[in-house]
Ligand binder design. Structure first.
Ligand code: SF4
Length: 239
């Protein structure tokens, strides 16, 4: 599949610029911040939370960054058993930032916004034959993370950094070879972000602390109808 075709396939995932402005996003850039009051930061985080809900998230929460834990075993899960994105995508292990690196940068942030997106219908995730639908949900999740990160950046939070779920090689590049690993530019610079789990963030631990239910969907041979829900998550560390 050539580059144009891949981008065409991704077209339906995009939010229209006019729609984003109607939501109140991307109005005026603010100057970069080197210092910000707690009050201003929390007000901005609440705005981002509202944007997340307007962009279709089922829930979003502002959390202290210290609530996020990392565990190197999560990256090892990409290797055992071998995920087909392992070693094939710059945003996946072994290339993605390690839990050790994340353990150093997360304490530099005060707050983050965590998003939860319901997969509807849940069969899209539970049925392993629905690869295109799974990609579509991860793509949307990545797009929302990218937009929230971009909003925070345009508000002057120059360290804003987002992480999604799933591999961008699946969600965005439709399983085509990662162009970055070929020494070329990423096809989706503003959307492609590593999955939380690919950098060692313990998503299950975080979701549980936030009172969100998570199930091991696609854990065969449990019948799909036995799963109460399917969900994708994302996080944006803001400041
Ligand atoms: S979206 Fe970018 S980083 Fe991800 S696989 Fe495609 S080219 Fe590589």
């Amino acid at each position: 599949m050539n580059k144009i075709k891949i981008e065409e396939k991704n077209r339906f995932a995009r939010f229209d610029r006019e729609f984003l402005r109607q939501l109140g996003m991307f109005q005026k850039p603010r100057r970069f911040k080197t210092g910000v009051s707690e009050r201003e930061l929390l007000e901005d985080l609440e705005r981002y939370k509202e944007f997340a809900l307007k962009l279709g998230c089922e829930d979003a929460k502002v959390i202290p960054a210290s609530m996020v834990s990392v565990d190197e075993r999560l990256r090892m899960k990409c290797r055992i058993s071998v995920c087909h994105h392992y070693n094939n995508c710059i945003n996946c292990p072994p290339y993605s930032p390690t839990a050790e690196e994340m353990g150093k940068i997360i304490p530099r942030y005060k707050y983050a916004l965590v998003i939860k997106r319901a997969v509807e219908p849940k069969d899209d995730f539970v049925d392993p034959k629905k690869e295109e639908d799974i990609a579509r949900h991860y793509r949307k999740n990545m797009e929302v993370v990218g937009l929230l990160e971009a909003q925070a950046f345009s508000d002057g939070y120059y360290f804003a950094m987002g992480f999604g779920g799933g591999s961008c090689q699946h969600a965005l590049c439709m399983m085509q070879p990662c162009s970055v690993l070929k020494g070329e530019r990423c096809r989706f610079v503003l959307k492609a972000r590593p999955a939380m789990e690919a950098v060692g963030i313990d998503v299950i631990d975080l979701a549980s602390k936030l009172g969100w239910e998570v199930y091991p969907v696609r854990a065969r041979p449990i019948p799909p109808e036995d799963f109460p829900c399917a969900t994708t998550f994302g996080i944006v560390f803001v400041h």
